[in-house]
Design a protein around this ligand. Structure first.
Ligand SMILES: CC(=O)[C@@H](O)[C@H](O)COP(=O)(O)O
Ligand SMILES: NCC(=O)COP(=O)(O)O
Length: 260
């Protein structure tokens, strides 16, 4: 049963929380040591109710390394229902990892090799033709595919035609608008994009710069969000509160958003 429901945090199955552990690896990589342990933090997050773990092993291995994935995959394999989501650019280093680890989900992100962080969704006019066979390959391996997209309702029919299972709405524009006068307008755009995706039969994920302060409002305004992946702000909060409390804080925000 969904931990949110079993824990009483939600009256019904709600949006799943996937904890992104990139920033644990970023800190670990500053020394030739094994602490903080990416796998241990992932384990603690799952223990307190996170639905899954997300990693974004970038080609330069600035944080998550390919060597981190076997232990994480083994941890998740021990947890029935817990999901492993591997993000990356399928034209760079992602596909060999998808083929080897066959995660529950892979999220195709159009980042350039040296890009400082993810900051835009796919340009299907430019890349759609190259994406389609890779989407088909991942799905044939039994891996759900999610495409990282901007909140553009007009792009959802193309996303569907490319064969993806889900889209992940890039939420930094919402996070940047949170609390500002134009927040309502920005949320309306995200709601329109989510409704367009749902109308195409796509699942809706969301992520980037979501946090305990902005998450509930997002979920109240944007329909059908199956999964949020949250990393940077969660790990920052965990430095203050501890990982248990930081994850529980987000689970409460999800439950609050689900209640409307
Ligand atoms: C795709 C996305 O928005 C994030 O999942 C991404 O993993 C952030 O990457 P960094 O942690 O390297 O900023
Ligand atoms: N896909 C978004 C993600 O995994 C984490 O993004 P962030 O919370 O680190 O901005």
């Amino acid at each position: 049963m969904n931990p949110l429901v079993s824990s009483g945090l939600a009256a019904h199955p709600a949006t799943a929380l996937s904890v992104n552990v990139n920033k644990v690896a970023l800190l670990r990589n500053q020394r030739a040591l094994t602490i903080p342990s990416v796998t241990r933090i992932a384990e603690l997050a799952l223990d307190v109710g996170a639905h899954g773990i997300t990693v974004h092993p970038r080609p330069d291995e600035r944080h998550i390394r390919a060597a981190d994935l076997p232990e994480l995959a083994a941890l998740l394999a021990e947890r029935p229902g817990a999901e492993f989501n591997i993000e990356g650019n399928p034209f760079h280093n992602l596909m060999p990892l998808v083929r080897r680890f066959r995660p529950d989900q892979c999220t195709f992100v159009p980042d350039a090799v040296g890009q400082s962080t993810s900051d835009h969704g796919w340009d299907f006019a430019a890349d759609g033709e190259r994406l389609a066979p890779l989407i088909a390959e991942a799905r044939a391996l039994g891996v759900r595919v999610s495409l990282f997209v901007d909140a553009d309702p007009a792009a959802m029919a193309t996303a569907r035609a490319l064969g993806t299972d889900r889209v992940e709405l890039y939420t930094e524009p919402y996070a940047a608008a949170h609390g500002a006068p134009h927040q309502r307008e920005v949320l309306a755009r995200f709601a329109a994009a989510a409704n367009a995706a749902l109308a195409e039969g796509l699942g809706v994920n969301a992520g980037h710069d979501l946090n305990h302060e902005n998450l509930a409002e997002f979920l109240r305004a944007v329909p059908g969000v199956l999964e949020v992946s949250i990393g940077h702000a969660l790990i920052a909060r965990a430095l203050e509160l501890g990982i248990d409390a930081a994850v529980r804080e987000l689970l409460r925000a999800i439950a609050s958003g689900a209640r409307g």
